[in-house]
Write a protein that binds this ligand. Structure first.
Ligand SMILES: [Zn+2]
Length: 89
């Protein structure tokens, strides 16, 4: 069985403020600036965990401050390119 996380319900998602370069995160790409921010650690730290569900997330971009609503299918797994709260990859 493939590892996965299923989100249901509505979340007020807080972003992680200090990403570690090379680590994998579960997060969102800002609708305004495109910066990727993390809402949690990717538990396998490899990027293979599949995200599913019908959840809604309200999140504030730590880069530009844009508050937006996201859906579970908007969730991305990414490997942070740099430290800080935003990754470009
Ligand atoms: Zn932004």
């Amino acid at each position: 069985m493939a590892p996965g996380i299923r989100f249901t319900g509505e979340f007020e998602a807080a972003s992680l403020s200090a990403l570690i370069p090379g680590h994998w995160y579960v997060g969102l790409a800002c609708v305004r600036c495109g910066g990727r921010f993390a809402i949690m650690n990717e538990p396998s730290n490899t990027g293979i965990v599949e995200i599913s569900g019908d959840a809604q997330f309200h999140a504030v971009c730590p880069n530009c401050g844009e508050r937006a609503k996201y859906r579970a299918e908007d969730i991305i797994s990414f490997q942070s390119a740099q430290g800080g709260s935003i990754s470009t990859t």
